[in-house]
Design a protein around this ligand. Structure first.
Ligand code: CA
Ligand code: CA
Ligand code: CA
Ligand code: CA
Length: 487
């Protein structure tokens, strides 16, 4: 019994212990299972966070990549526009057409908008209150390096002291003009620069001159690209402060350039004949003059201040006579007097008056194929205003041409599909006095050397945009890039 009791109690004891152990084991297992479940849930949670984060990152990178690709596409589309313009200029350099002064302008205009596989380009400029297709002709503006005091005084917001300072900046000496400023002015103000005492090299350089504030120089064209950008037509919302009128008021920059260069090639593509060195035969071959006309030109070219302006303004029969008389005289005489054999003005020598006046064709060839430029002066580095592209405002306000004459020049250039072929095309217009012709002969011509191409590229996929602004000189081949920027 005892045993049995013992055993039974022992069994009971055993059972109890086994039960306890079993219970522990079960509890332990359950706890472990709980921990494992929690760990698994955590692992899943962490894994999903990682996956989500990786996805977001990958998505962002893909977007960035796409943006990057479209920027590159836009940039190269813009570049394609620039290259197209340069290629057209090269073609016209190789195939000059002396009977069509506007051939290049028309071709540039026709290709101002174009496309490549992944994007498009758009080249335009603003002049005379209107937007035009194609690059900006820098020769439509006056070169600041030859602008006279009177011409500079016509700029909006300019004052005498600033005109003097512009003179001081470009003249070789360190003597200030009456109200001007030379090196000591800039040194005393710790500006860190001094006047160049040489030609301005870019339009933005004018802003270094005392009193030539950027708002005067640039007007509304804050980035100097000759196009009306959104921030330049939204009033005061963004810089600059503009008048929101769909018209780009470019301040001085719409009238002035510093980049134009003389064109050494003639309209027919040969080097210009230097009249100071040329023989009568060479002049006759080039211009179709007779021997006495050519001889008169040879004699005249030896005069110290002989100029194309004078040849343009004074009939040939009076040319050497007026020089020997020491005066041009008859400042208001109409240039058309050239064909009425000059009617022997007082002081004209008999020898001079027997020469036949040049006809329009001869005068045109003389102006287009020959030169009297003195290459040693600083003027030699500046280009002339192209009357085929110059703005009405430049002719009337800055060059101060008589209003009637300026308007008749503009109507004639519009009426001729090939444009003005030479300055001989404007001598018979109403208002063409000797005085006006001398001014034009000095500063104007009918062809261009330097263009500013503002090409805006656009990617087809995203519409992303990129702009390239390039200043190119096409006066010689290959076309030379003077300035390149990606604003
Ligand atoms: Ca100086
Ligand atoms: Ca602009
Ligand atoms: Ca604005
Ligand atoms: Ca405006």
């Amino acid at each position: 019994m005892i045993n049995s009791n013992f055993f039974s109690s022992g069994r009971a004891l055993l059972t109890h212990t086994a039960q306890a152990t079993l219970c522990d084991a079960v509890n332990h297992h359950a706890r472990r299972k709980g921990v494992v479940t929690i760990m698994v849930i955590w692992a899943i949670a962490i894994a999903s966070i990682i996956v989500a984060a990786t996805q977001i990152l990958a998505f962002r990178e893909a977007t960035l990549g796409r943006e990057c690709i479209s920027r590159v596409q836009a940039r190269w589309a813009a570049r394609a526009g620039v290259e197209t313009m340069i290629a057209i200029m090269e073609w016209h350099n190789a195939n000059p057409d002396p009977d069509d002064a506007l051939a290049l302008t028309r071709d540039l205009e026709a290709n101002a908008f174009g496309e490549v596989q992944t994007g498009t380009w758009d080249i335009r400029h603003f002049i005379d209150g209107q937007e035009w297709a194609g690059p900006m002709d820098e020769n439509s503006k006056l070169n600041i390096n030859v602008a006279t005091r009177m011409q500079l005084m016509e700029l909006p917001n300019i004052t005498n002291d600033v005109v003097d300072s512009i003179y001081d900046w470009r003249d070789a000496n360190d003597e200030p003009q009456q109200l001007g400023t030379e090196a000591d002015y800039y040194r005393n103000r710790g500006l860190g620069y001094e006047p160049r005492n040489g030609n301005f090299r870019s339009l933005a350089e004018i802003e270094l001159v005392a009193g030539a504030w950027p708002q005067y120089v640039r007007g509304e064209d804050w980035n100097l690209n000759s196009r009306l950008d959104p921030n330049e037509n939204d009033g005061k919302r963004t810089m600059p402060d503009d008048n929101d009128n769909e018209n780009l008021d470019g301040g001085w920059s719409q009238y002035l350039t510093a980049s134009t260069r003389p064109i050494t090639q003639s309209a027919s593509g040969q080097p210009r004949l230097d009249l100071r060195k040329a023989t009568s035969e060479e002049i006759m071959n080039r211009t179709g003059m007779d021997s006495s006309q050519a001889a008169t030109i040879v004699t005249y070219a030896k005069v110290g201040n002989a100029s194309m302006g004078q040849i343009l303004a004074v009939p040939l029969s009076q040319l050497t006579a007026s020089r020997t008389a020491g005066a041009t005289g008859g400042a208001t005489q109409n240039r058309t007097g050239r064909s009425s054999s000059g009617s022997a003005r007082a002081g004209a020598t008999p020898a001079a008056s027997t020469v036949k006046n040049l006809d329009n064709k001869q005068l045109g060839l003389l102006l287009n194929e020959c030169t009297l430029e003195n290459t040693s002066t600083s003027q030699a580095n500046a280009g002339k205003v192209n009357l085929n592209t110059a703005s009405r405002a430049l002719l009337r306000e800055i060059l101060q041409l008589d209003t009637r004459y300026a308007d008749s020049i503009l109507s004639r250039r519009i009426s001729k599909q090939e444009g003005l072929l030479s300055l001989a095309d404007i001598v018979d217009l109403p208002g063409a006095t000797q005085e006006q012709l001398v001014i034009l002969g000095q500063v104007a011509d009918v062809r261009s050397s330097v263009y500013m191409i503002s090409s805006r590229g656009r990617a087809n996929t995203s519409g992303a945009e990129a702009e390239i602004v390039v200043l190119v000189d096409r006066s010689e081949s290959p076309v030379r890039i003077l300035e390149y920027r990606e604003p």
